[in-house]
Design a protein around this ligand. Structure first.
Ligand code: AMP
Length: 406
């Protein structure tokens, strides 16, 4: 008997010519449709082209480069075939987790994270057993190259993730030293939230006719974040935060402070009234950071108090709230901070605490994001207002801030 062929229409991932194992892994991860960056990035990367992609975290960028890398792997040689450089340990670990998820049906693929803050011996042992994909911070990767524990002769793909941040942190010399040692030809995939002249210079120098994809303009994640500022006197910030956390009951929340000491102190004070609070910052030992991050990922620690450097790379899909407890020093950091919520189109709320003397930094942030952040008034936390304010100006307690923003 001839059975009728029930062909399912090829949608998203199916139409990309991916292996069965990969399609099964994507289904298991509940990635039903490619995100906009994945829809464009994956076919270009699978074609073997160099790709320069402008994309922020939260858009599915890790799988955008991870899927083609895994699909293009060949039989293992002496060293890894792909190397991914990322700015921080946390991001490196997140990439490893994501790649392992995508390799779920490929028992033969070994992925190894190479970052500082943990004994190098464990990494050396993993490298000597043989790996396919190395994911690391530039400093530690160089360290391995210099110790001859990482063989680069088989590399065919290089990924620079969050390239703008790597340059900000000062990794440029390390990155170039690594790039100069890679065998030719190899494919380079560069992802960056912004394409600055420096990034462009790097791509001119090290990439072959890259396909340029700008996928951050209509990024849905930032649009799905409701942003508010809350005026508050400095001495009432802790009580305001406790009030908001109790009222909003966030699924998960990151609270940003300006300093490491500030993060510790705030976490300490919150813990007195709210369960599941931890602090994370650069002074914490790696094992403690791992423990906190794993608790946050699992949801056993729903509230994380973080500094910018560590906090802004965190990718946990369930974050519903971001609180800018201290106004960021650099307005750019505001964008990175609030981008921790509203991941993959989920909704998110971002509060910005603004003290009586902080009208200027608020206006700078609004100018940068080209949007007026509405005030959110919280009963019981009002601050005294000036009796009269000029039209078109912003009243902030005893200061009147004229908008430089249009
Ligand atoms: P990223 O931009 O790589 O940091 O990814 C943001 C989040 O989206 C991560 O939690 C991913 O696991 C998730 N993700 C990536 N691709 C998809 C997809 N196609 N569908 C649903 N979730 C996804």
């Amino acid at each position: 008997m001839i059975r009728p062929v029930m062909e399912e229409p090829a949608t998203g991932f199916q139409s990309m010519g991916l292996s069965r194992g990969m399609l099964k892994a994507l289904a298991a991860a509940r990635y039903h449709e490619p995100s906009p960056i994945q829809a464009e990035f994956i076919p270009a990367a699978l074609d073997g082209l160099d790709v320069l992609g402008q994309a922020k975290t939260g858009t599915g960028k890790t799988a955008a480069f991870g899927i083609p890398l895994i699909e293009m792997l060949e039989a293992r040689g002496r060293g890894p075939q792909a190397i991914i450089l990322a700015p921080t340990r946390e991001l490196t670990q997140q990439i490893v987790v994501e790649l392992k998820k995508l390799c779920a049906n490929r028992g033969d693929v070994a992925v190894c994270g190479l970052y500082g803050g943990e004994p190098i011996e464990r990494q050396i042992r993993a490298l000597s057993r043989g790996i396919d994909i190395a994911v690391g911070t530039p400093g530690r990767v160089l360290d391995h190259i210099e110790r001859h524990t990482l063989y680069l002769g088989d590399i065919f793909h290089l990924v620079l993730d969050e390239a703008d941040r790597m340059l900000d942190i000062g990794f440029r010399p390390d990155i170039e030293r690594i790039m100069k040692r890679l065998p030719e030809p190899h494919q380079t995939l560069l992802l960056s939230a912004t394409i600055s002249p420096e990034i462009r210079a790097l791509s001119h120098r090290y990439m072959q006719d890259p396909v340029e994809l700008n996928l951050s303009t209509d990024e849905p994640s930032v649009e799905s974040i409701r942003q508010y500022y809350v005026s508050v006197n400095h001495d009432r910030k802790v009580s305001l935060l406790v009030h908001l956390l109790k009222r909003d009951q966030p699924r998960q929340c990151i609270v940003f402070t300006r300093t490491k000491r500030g993060a510790d102190r705030l976490a300490e004070r919150l813990r007195r009234t709210i369960p599941g609070v931890a602090a994370i910052h650069g002074d914490l030992a790696q094992t403690a950071r791992d423990r906190v991050m794993s608790g946050f990922r699992k949801g056993t620690i729903p509230i994380l108090v973080a500094t910018d450097v560590v906090g802004r790379g965190i990718d946990v899909a369930n974050i519903s709230h971001v609180v800018n407890y201290d106004i960021p020093d650099d307005p750019e950091n505001y964008v990175h901070r609030i981008g921790r919520t509203g991941r993959m189109g989920k909704d998110g709320v971002a509060y910005l605490f603004v003290g009586p003397d902080q009208g200027d930094p608020l206006t700078q942030i609004e100018t940068l994001i080209n949007k007026v952040i509405p005030a959110h008034k919280v009963e019981g936390f009002e601050v005294s207002r000036p009796s009269a304010a000029a039209p078109g100006s912003r009243e902030l307690f005893n200061t009147v801030v004229t908008r430089s923003f249009r």
